[in-house]
Design a protein around this ligand. Structure first.
Ligand code: ATP
Length: 350
């Protein structure tokens, strides 16, 4: 099932939760909606689900205009952040719910439902859990059951609203890999909401970055990471350093005479130079780079971060290394020139 979203708008008093969203989602794609709190992710997901009506715009499921259809009529599977399992029901009854609550004419018989439940328990790798009750499950298991329940109805599209948001970090990582494998098996069109960029980049075929109710960029994880369309995306997608300055004839001159960087092909004007903490080298010889002073150093697992400051201490810069025995680190207090190996330049509007 492919989805087409056209010019979706949703206004709340004082806030445009969605301000003209256009998006095409191909059949079988796993798309992540990524953005900070308040950027409109949940509003968009709920409009796709039919839980919320847009003020304007169109939602198409395949060739069908679904804008005014209910959740049930759209036949979507939905998983919320907080396990919405029915506590008084067994796992099997929970998974069966969407099928067993159908009107009699469309309800499969008991044996068919039982077979489907068994299939789904296998698929989510929890065979034999059918008789348990939700309180006998871990948080991660509950979310897998919630997913099985959403899949039971053979949904046209699977919609997941921060499904792993309430789980601890290690379980989250395991579950997102598991979800990716499951998706590769089922090929189910899936839209996944997250504010965690690592989760989006690891899981999705394509990532949609939202900002204040608009789409800032859509692309594969590699495109989004390597070619962020704006300083906003660069910043949101990973850690980054930023230096203000001005580009003139292919050279970026950092403000306050902090240094210069080659900026071939970049348009003249005020700009922000951004680079990742691990994409920089020391370059005291030929002068291209930013003059900095080492203000501190800390180690996190296998990584060492050197804290630098440029221009009298008010511009912190992080320079990250993977620790290895031969590494020659500068001393705290030392001055050096740091050359970003892959800087990106974004125009600064006045
Ligand atoms: N029922 C509502 N009434 C008023 N404003 C709302 C309502 N629902 C959402 N909003 C506003 O719309 C904007 C988008 O909200 P939305 O929940 O879609 O963001 P989000 O990206 O999902 O955020 P989060 O990650 O915090 O869930 C926010 O500014 C929010 O305050």
């Amino acid at each position: 099932m492919h989805l087409t979203l056209r010019n979706l708008r949703k206004q709340y008093p004082g806030t445009a939760a969605l301000d003209g969203v256009d998006l095409d989602i191909a059949s079988g794609e796993l798309v992540a909606l990524l953005g900070p709190s308040g950027s409109g992710k949940t509003t968009l997901l709920r409009i796709i689900a039919g839980l919320l009506s847009p003020d304007a715009g169109e939602v198409r499921f395949g060739d069908r205009d679904a804008t005014r259809l209910s959740l049930r009529e759209r036949n979507v599977g939905f998983v919320f952040q907080h396990y919405a399992l029915f506590r008084h029901m067994t796992v099997a009854e929970n998974i069966a719910f969407g099928l067993s609550s159908r009107p009699r004419a469309r309800r499969p018989d008991k044996a068919t439902i039982a077979r489907r439940v068994e299939e789904l328990l296998q698929l989510i790798q929890l065979p034999g859990y059918g008789r348990r009750h939700p309180e006998q499950l871990s948080g991660g298991q509950k979310q897998r059951i919630a997913l099985a329940r959403a899949l039971a109805i053979d949904p046209s599209v699977l919609l997941l609203d921060e499904p792993f948001g309430a789980l601890d970090a290690k379980v989250r990582v395991e579950l997102r890999r598991w979800l990716r494998r499951l998706h590769d098996q089922t090929g189910q069109t899936t839209v996944f909401v997250t504010h965690d960029q690592e989760e989006a980049l690891e899981l999705a075929d394509r990532v949609v970055v939202l900002r204040e109710g608009r789409i800032e960029q859509v692309g594969t994880p590699d495109e989004i990471y390597a070619h962020p369309a704006s300083a906003y995306v660069f910043d949101f997608i990973g850690r980054g350093n930023a230096i203000r300055g001005r580009v003139q004839s292919g050279v970026f001159v950092a403000e306050d005479e902090l240094g210069v960087l080659d900026a071939p092909g970049v348009a003249d004007g005020d700009a922000l130079a951004m680079f990742r903490p691990h994409q920089a080298v020391r370059n005291d010889e030929d002068g291209e780079g930013i003059r900095v002073r080492v203000s501190g150093m800390h180690r996190r697992a296998e990584r060492i971060t050197v804290d630098l400051s440029a221009g009298g201490g008010n511009r912190p810069i992080e320079w990250e290394h993977v620790a290895d025995d031969g590494l020659l680190l500068p001393a705290v207090g030392e001055s050096l020139v740091l050359r970003p190996t892959r800087p990106r330049f974004f125009p600064l509007s006045a």
